[in-house]
Design a protein around this ligand. Structure first.
Ligand code: CA
Length: 387
């Protein structure tokens, strides 16, 4: 390296630079002395500029190794580590490893840990408004939700909803439209829901109950056996990728679509507000950028892998994929509107969020019906692998 460059890069003071420049002019001995001083300054420099590192913990609501969901949290931690050159590290704990899955919201709110991940409808008991940021029956799909968060006031309202809990939320990506579920009885009319025993949580479950069904709550590990033994007649889960892993095709005859109850379920990251605000600005930006990267990543994984898994279910396992009749969807939608109104009336925040959501869905959905939907409806039947 040339002396001039060396001096410049070492970032030494003007006085030393001037003295060294004099050395260049001919006072070779003097210059060597200066160079030694500079080298010493360079040796010391890293200690002076070394930046503080932050070690965080993240608790999730997901089982260990759950594809895309838990996988995404681990990927987020990896990306934040890479982008920050190790200045912000996040140790990720699956549900139950550090705190029970459904206590992660409280643990991050209390500051026991700095970060969490789940789906915001799990926290309906804390504040009913949280449900609109995850999934609303007959609500927006993934594209509409993303537009509401980043192009409308969805994320602003989400932040407002989480602020009283000292939390900062970030959208974590969407599952896309889920599947309607696995049924051992055909659903030909809305009356077929009467007496139907179904595992379906959240607002969708409230709609099924309105239709006369019996909603059964079961932990993930008990669903397959309950379906197989006839304890339940039907269950929903996620989509082909996760449903295939659960083996439901061995226990139910019909695989219904579309998942009207979860048309674009959004996942979330959330951070303790004090911890987040305690980060230097650049690390806050890195965290936000990594969340947006993962938001995009999650939907691409669901779409790509659900597509492949659906082919496996149809071609290898000969699953009968059935669409809910339009009359059934119409009837369910009327009940869903009632359920959504009842939830919206539960808190001022829920009312505010519900109105924003409904208004946004009308506008963005009208655009979607002449763009994405119209194009898909035209082209896809010509390419379909379903035969
Ligand atoms: Ca589901």
């Amino acid at each position: 390296m040339k002396r001039r460059d060396f001096l410049k890069k070492a970032g030494i003071g003007a006085a030393s630079a001037a003295a060294a420049a004099a050395g260049v002019a001919g006072l070779v001995g003097c210059a060597k002395e200066e160079e030694k001083k500079v080298e010493k300054a360079v040796e010391k420099a890293p200690a002076v500029v070394a930046k503080k590192t932050y070690k965080w913990k993240m608790v999730t609501t997901w089982p260990p190794k759950l594809p895309v969901l838990q996988e995404g949290c681990e990927r987020l931690a990896k990306r934040v580590n890479e982008m920050s050159d190790g200045r912000l590290t996040i140790d990720v704990f699956a549900g139950g490893e550090l705190v029970p899955p459904l206590e992660s919201f409280q643990a991050v709110s209390d500051g026991t840990v700095e970060a969490g991940s789940g789906a915001s409808y799990y926290w309906a008991g804390k504040e009913p408004a949280t449900q609109w940021f995850a999934a609303v029956p007959f609500g927006m799909n993934a594209q509409g939700m993303a537009a509401w968060f980043h192009g409308g006031d969805g994320l602003k309202l989400w932040e407002e909803t989480y602020a009283p809990f000292n939390l900062i939320p970030r959208p974590g990506g969407s599952t896309g439209v889920q599947m309607g579920g696995w049924f051992n009885k055909r659903i030909n009319t809305i009356d077929d829901y009467k007496g139907l025993k179904m595992r379906i949580p959240g607002l969708g479950g409230k709609v099924v109950a309105k239709a006369g069904g019996t909603v059964v709550l079961l932990p993930g590990g008990e669903i397959f056996t309950s379906l197989e033994r006839g304890v339940i007649d039907a269950t929903e889960w996620v989509g082909p990728l996760h449903d295939l892993r659960m083996g439901f095709y061995q226990a139910a005859k019909y695989y219904y679509y579309p998942g009207w109850h979860e048309p674009g379920t959004y996942l979330e990251y959330f951070f303790n507000k004090t911890a987040y605000e305690g980060l230097p600005r650049d690390l806050q930006h890195i965290l936000d950028a990594a969340c947006m990267e993962l938001e995009q990543w999650a939907l691409t994984q669901f779409d790509a892998q659900n597509g492949a898994a659906l082919q496996t279910l149809i071609n290898e396992h000969k699953v009968e994929v059935v669409k809910f009749p339009d009359e059934v969807l119409d009837a369910l939608r009327v009940m869903a509107l009632e359920v959504v109104q009842e939830e919206a009336a539960k808190s001022p925040m829920a009312k505010k969020v519900s109105e924003s959501f409904a208004n946004f869905q009308k506008v963005v959905g009208t655009w979607g019906s002449v763009s994405e939907a119209a194009y898909y409806n035209f082209i896809q039947p010509k390419l379909s692998l379903k035969g």
